[in-house]
Design a protein around this ligand. Structure first.
Ligand code: ZN
Length: 317
């Protein structure tokens, strides 16, 4: 079920610099207020209302009886066309690594796959995506002792990119001096070697220029597992070389609270959503206008359903 962040400080103690981040649910979760998601820009949820009123339908593949989608097959139930469900275009690829013992029905990872099918892939551990990109192009979202805060991410990414760029320059000079030219490809490399304008530049000038460059991330990895099971995945050597990032100031609305865990441990879909909102605003430096809100299409609907049921049962004030 969950990924996200570990609470090291009280959320109220952390100054919010992000007005949008507060609009979602931070206070309303605590008070049990029903409409935590009222400010989201969501597609019409009429189809979900209809499905819910009609009761369960069948999964077109495994024929199991399901409400909105089949969490085992990652498919919408019979009778629902994919164009009745919003599709979100993401600014990067998302890989979700699922623990094999994680109960599919409790996971919200499938929401991401259904709502952004071109950009999301789900793997069952020990299967993992190949990390083919450069180290400054991929991060893992996970709260742990070696995790950095999102706010520090640009600095760390630019540091990694600089290291890479300096390494390239170093190899370029070495190769040049050994007259082994044209063995490395890439316009940057060639320019470093052959462009006359570059001659006479100092090392400091080059480093100064690269410092300001932050290339956008290509991929983000999330771990979909109960907190007790994540350790095995996060300590896997294939994830050790990558930057680990945590989202420290978000609170969960998840209705399946985990015993003994703080409310800043997010459900997977919440972690993905919050990560993207922060990424959009802090790294891409663009105004956020609800571009990824539909990732919470199922989540917000289910949250309201559960709250309604709890209210009816007298479990909420
Ligand atoms: Zn199925």
């Amino acid at each position: 079920m969950s990924v996200g962040l570990e609470k090291t400080e009280r959320v109220e103690d952390i100054p919010h610099t992000d007005a949008n981040s507060e609009r979602l649910c931070i206070q309303s979760c605590e008070s049990g207020e029903q409409d935590s998601f009222k400010d989201l820009k969501l597609a019409s949820q009429t189809i979900l209302e209809t499905l819910q009123q009609n009761g369960r339908s069948k999964c077109p593949k495994c024929l199991s009886s399901r409400m909105f989608y089949c969490y085992s097959c990652c498919l919408l139930v019979d009778g629902v066309n994919s164009d009745e469900i919003p599709q979100v275009k993401l600014p990067l690829k998302i890989d979700i690594i699922k623990h094999p013992n994680e109960t599919d029905g409790k996971s919200t990872a499938v929401h991401a796959k259904l709502l952004a099918r071109d950009d999301v892939n789900i793997y069952t551990y020990p299967c993992m995506p190949d990390n083919e990109e450069e180290k400054h192009e991929v991060v893992v979202v996970f709260p742990g002792p070696k995790s950095i805060s999102f706010e520090d991410l640009p600095m760390h990414l630019s540091k990694l990119a600089n290291e890479k760029s300096n390494l390239l320059k170093y190899s370029s000079k070495n190769i040049h001096s050994h007259e082994a030219s044209l063995t490395l490809e890439g316009p940057e490399h060639k320019r470093a070697k052959y462009d006359d304008k570059d001659q006479g530049r100092t090392e400091e000038q080059d480093v100064g220029e690269t410092k300001t460059k932050i290339s956008p991330l290509k991929r983000v990895i999330f771990i979909d597992s109960t907190w007790n099971q994540t350790n095995k995945i996060i300590t896997d050597e294939r994830l050790q070389e990558l930057l680990h990032v945590e989202l420290r100031t978000r609170k969960t609305c998840f209705w399946r609270g985990q015993k003994g865990k703080p409310d800043t441990y997010l459900a997977t879909i919440e972690a993905i959503y919050y990560f993207l909102v922060d990424y959009h605003r802090l790294l891409l430096k663009e105004n956020y206008n609800g571009e990824y809100d539909n990732l919470l299409f199922f989540y917000s609907f289910m949250y309201r359903l559960i709250n309604k049921a709890k209210l009816a049962a007298g479990k909420l004030n």
